[in-house]
Design a protein around this ligand. Structure first.
Ligand code: PEP
Length: 253
């Protein structure tokens, strides 16, 4: 049975002290997650160790990095390698967020290289894909997302692909307060799963968690997560408010 996941993306927000307080509040309020549910916190690099300490001993709660570099090590001032993340016990990395694609020009090919290194070091990528408003209005979102998947992921084996988490995030819904309708989310998630089924077979496709991201809030999470191909969410703004994120986690199937 595939995992149901609430992933928090703090982006470049919060001081260390605010982050500690947020995690304290979440841990205090969170019901124990069941075996099939995960809460993952993608925090800024300087807070990774703090977050691990706060979540230590909490069932199915993990810390993720928000990025990593595509090279193993070397003269890349300011970058963070997968080996460094592995050496401090990080198990998840968000890759290909639309903000990184847009502001840092991350291409599908560049992301494929990052994916390869993560898998080599046994770190699970949370791979983001999704279209802009312009593409949605031209009704070419399926082709666009298919290309993202093909160019970044479809060189992987079935065994490797089953280790990846997907986050479908329509860019027009990120941080805008505008959510995809339940139907739009389900339609794209089913399309994505179908791409995996065609390439890797139904059994593999049915094991891949596909999260929805884009203005998931405490008051809409339950309906979105109830869609059959939606396996939880990647949550930005609402993940910075403890009660909201706990409500979102409680909305997981
Ligand atoms: C995100 O950062 O991935 C995101 C979906 O943000 P928000 O929930 O704020 O739209």
């Amino acid at each position: 049975m595939r995992k149901q996941i609430a992933a928090a993306n703090w982006k470049m927000n919060l001081t260390l002290q605010q982050g500690e307080q947020l995690l304290n509040d979440i841990v205090a309020a969170q019901n124990t997650l069941n075996d099939n549910q995960l809460a993952i916190f993608a925090v800024p690099f300087p807070y990774l160790t703090m977050a691990q300490q706060k979540l230590n001993g909490q069932k199915n709660m993990f810390v993720a990095a928000q990025n990593c570099y595509n090279k193993k090590n070397g003269a890349y001032t300011g970058e963070v390698s997968v080996e460094m993340l592995q050496s401090i016990g990080i198990q998840y990395v968000v890759l290909g967020h639309s903000e990184r694609r847009e502001y840092f020009n991350e291409s599908n090919q560049f992301l494929a290289e990052k994916i390869n290194i993560c898998l080599e070091y046994n770190i699970t990528p949370i791979f983001c894909c999704g279209e802009s408003l312009q593409i949605r209005e031209a009704n070419t979102q399926n082709e666009f997302v298919r290309k993202q998947l093909t160019e970044s992921l479809f060189h992987l084996s079935a065994e490797q692909i089953s280790k990846i988490i997907i986050a479908y995030e329509p860019i027009w819904a990120i941080g805008t307060g505008k959510t995809a309708s339940n139907e739009q989310a389900q339609e794209m998630h089913a399309f994505i799963r179908q791409q995996f089924a065609e390439k890797y077979g139904e059994t593999t496709a049915n094991e891949i968690s596909i999260l929805y991201g884009g203005s998931v809030k405490a008051n809409n999470a339950k309906d979105i997560f109830a869609q059959p191909d939606v396996d939880g969410g990647l949550v930005g703004g609402a993940s910075l408010i403890a009660t909201d994120f706990v409500t979102i986690t409680n909305a997981l199937k």
